[in-house]
Design a protein around this ligand. Structure first.
Ligand SMILES: [Zn+2]
Length: 186
């Protein structure tokens, strides 16, 4: 069921009560799409890769800036100027070469959101603007995909899970409409 490498790598998961080899197998057979490889996407993607999520998608259209390095821990000094997806793929594959990392160097928009999200089991939104957040939330909900939505501003943070498979509120129950552009910080 598992290779010797996997047995060694996930030893602590196998001995974790209520996770075990079954949990590891479920994780290996699962896929997660991370929207954004920035301050939120970085730690999320690193832990998902380290833990053995079988297939990880990363969507970002940005390049690594020196000022990103203080929080966007997927990237390092050698990648300044590179695309964030290229940097993410290199780092995540270096961390765990047994998983597959799929990079989408593009902005998530109304033309590609449904197609991209439909290819994954779970969506992690680490985007930095409201139009993208609403697009991700609406698309995930319509496709029946659980959405893990994280957001931070200065010293405050929010983390929510919206799961359309359960009797559960959606993102628009919390925030009915996007705030007018330019009225709120990213
Ligand atoms: Zn709702």
């Amino acid at each position: 069921m598992f290779s010797d490498r996997e047995e060694a790598r996930y030893e602590r998961h196998f001995s974790l009560p209520s996770f075990g080899p079954e949990g590891q197998l479920a994780l290996r057979n699962s896929s997660v799409l991370c929207i954004g490889a920035g301050g939120l996407g970085s730690p999320a993607a690193l832990y998902l890769a380290a833990a053995g999520t079988g297939r990880l998608g990363i969507v970002d259209d940005d390049t690594v800036d020196f000022s990103n390095l203080q929080r966007q821990i997927l990237h390092d000094e050698s990648r300044v100027g590179a695309t964030k997806t290229e940097s993410a793929r290199a780092r995540l594959s270096g961390l765990n070469s047994d998983i597959s990392v799929e990079a989408y160097q593009q902005r998530l928009d109304a033309g590609n959101a449904m197609d991209l999200i439909s290819r994954y089991d779970v969506v992690v939104d680490g985007s930095d603007n409201f139009p993208t957040r609403f697009l991700v939330a609406d698309s995930s909900w319509l496709l029946g995909k659980p959405l893990v939505a994280g957001a931070i501003h200065q010293f405050e943070g929010q983390l929510s899970v919206f799961d359309p498979r359960l009797p559960s509120p959606c993102y628009r129950c919390l925030l009915p409409e996007p705030p007018p552009v330019g009225t709120v910080p990213t």
